[in-house]
Design a protein around this ligand. Sequence first.
Ligand code: AMP
Length: 406
Amino acid sequence: MTATATRVLVLNSGSSSVKYQLLDMRDGARLAAGLVERIGESTSRLAHTPLATGGEKRETEGDMADHEAALKAVAAELAADGLGLDSPQLAAIGHRVVHGGLEFTEPTVIDDAVLEEIERLVPLAPLHNPANITGIRTARALRPDLPQVAVFDTAFHTTMPEHAARYAIDVATADRHRIRRYGFHGTSHAYVSRKTAALLGKDPSEVNVIVLHLGNGASASAVAGGRCVDTSMGLTPLEGLVMGTRSGDIDPAVTFHLKRVAGMSEDEVDELLNKKSGLIGLCGDNDMREIRRRIDAGGEDGERARLAFDVYIHRLRKYLGAYSAVLGRVDAVAFTAGVGENAAPVREAAIAGLEEMGMAVDADLNSQRSDEPRLISPEYARVAVAVVPTDEELEIAQQTYALVSA
Ligand code: AMP
């Protein structure tokens, strides 16, 4: 790496999509960002925004048969702005990898052995890791000489103590099949817990934080002195909070019942719990804005939306209580991601009546909008309640850059 190499390209490869951002690590500035969708279909689409030049978003439609074609199209867009993959200013590519198992506790420079290890983890994340691997392979083929770093969604949670990570099932069976609670959204929980400590003017080692990452996927974590001690997602991202389309916590016997009594297949149960449950299952909408609009409009339809909202909030409050007990002392609760950052009624309802636990929300502060981390609790409250926008791309870029510039 040359001294002038200060840029990091962050790639988040899904099964039919690639999200990317190019950042300059001198100041974290975004130089370009974009998204390729429907890879493998005739209607693939690339939307590229050249942020460095302040140019307009450019959209191209075409036939991107695979990830290689998609990444080549991204490289061409970047090159058109003078930011091509062959630039000596590019220091590394950082890849989001969903599952790092117990093997990967830190961001890791990718070589053949690391790639093999990520492949060995495919059975634990059959939908996600294969797409991440394809993205890595393609990027390595395009720039074989450039350091490529894997940043794992599970890594931040590998500090969970054994008693939090274990399911209470037969140990031999669990170990043979690597069944345990891994947790996800780790990059966001790491970033937000650190930012929350900074907001309080403290070092992360000094504070205990409950992070509520509430997006379309949602998870809570208990972070003690900068280390994760519990998180709500488990073997897969299905466990825990009520999400946009996922049920979160459920009696596992519901699945036997659906198979034995309702006659559903394994795949149908999987689809029901992952895609047709949560908010969308309860009321037909997974967007919190639409749910609030329906509640405000009232009537029978509003009642249905209200039930979905209430189930969502009830689960959230259970986790607040549980993680208060896990941590013993809570210094801050941080709301983040699409719902957490934007939905004031969710924050208000989640904290309402918790003064005995030291938690309160100031209505005025809660209703103000900002992209900056901010406190929404009144001064008298013992626990700081905060809204802390997450930035997974910046965190991936920072971890990548720290590793390759060390
Ligand atoms: P994410 O997965 O973090 O991108 O979050 C996406 C979700 O955030 C959407 O499905 C909405 O439910 C929610 N969301 C985004 N903007 C708002 C808003 N202004 N008010 C309420 N909810 C929002």
